[in-house]
Design a protein around this ligand. Structure first.
Ligand SMILES: [Zn+2]
Length: 204
């Protein structure tokens, strides 16, 4: 099982996000041509859907290489309310889930208590959706998932200071070392790189 340090807070903080564009380039076949404005050229990337329902506008409270628990990790914390629906960000197959935990809090002692869904993509990356509400997971191992499909509800199980969605994409290299990767999202204002303290609205 994946173990990640999760935490989010609304305190003012310095976002330590890396903006290296090359890090956004994904492995994978299903790339879409996206204009890289810093290089003024088109690069191939996989574009992810925002992991909530259409029309919702959600802020990121901790971004890539975040100031607290995301140091050296390409993970995102979306600030959402308890019980809000989480949707798959990309097509894939459910690799594993947990839904039976009722425990969580802002302490390391809860590190193994998070409910989650992990979805494997066709390029061998996987997306992890963490801290789901007790008994809220809507999918099971082996299910084929379409981007946008509801998969569970927001909670605060595991190492978490309050309801939010921790989202990350990762893969294992040939030595078994895990690498998290940055993703870009389709938003109501075009394809965007996610940044801490910014809001992102999912198109209808
Ligand atoms: Zn997190």
């Amino acid at each position: 099982m994946k173990r990640i340090f999760h935490y989010s807070t609304l305190s003012i903080a310095v976002a330590l996000c890396s903006t290296a564009v090359s890090a956004y380039s994904q492995l994978g076949k299903a790339g879409t041509e996206v204009l890289d404005s810093t290089k003024n050229e088109k690069v191939k990337m996989v574009v992810y859907e925002l992991p909530y329902i259409s029309g919702k506008n959600v802020s990121i409270v901790q971004g890539y290489n975040g100031w607290w628990s995301h140091q050296k990790s390409n993970a995102l914390d979306f600030l959402m309310r308890r019980g809000e629906v989480i949707c798959a960000a990309r097509d894939g197959i459910v690799q594993s889930t947990r839904s039976d935990s009722q425990k969580g809090g802002a302490s390391y002692k809860f590190i193994s208590d998070g409910n989650y869904v992990i979805i494997k993509h066709d390029d061998s990356t996987s997306a992890a959706y963490w801290h789901m509400e007790y008994n809220s997971v809507m999918v099971k191992e082996g299910d084929t998932i379409k981007a946008g499909q509801p998969i569970g509800k927001v909670g605060s199980t595991g190492f978490s200071s309050g309801p939010h969605l921790h989202f990350e994409v990762y893969y294992f290299d040939r030595y078994g070392k895990e690498h998290t990767v940055k993703t870009v999202f389709r938003t109501s204002r075009g394809i965007k790189k996610p940044r801490t303290w910014h809001f992102y609205k999912k198109p209808k």
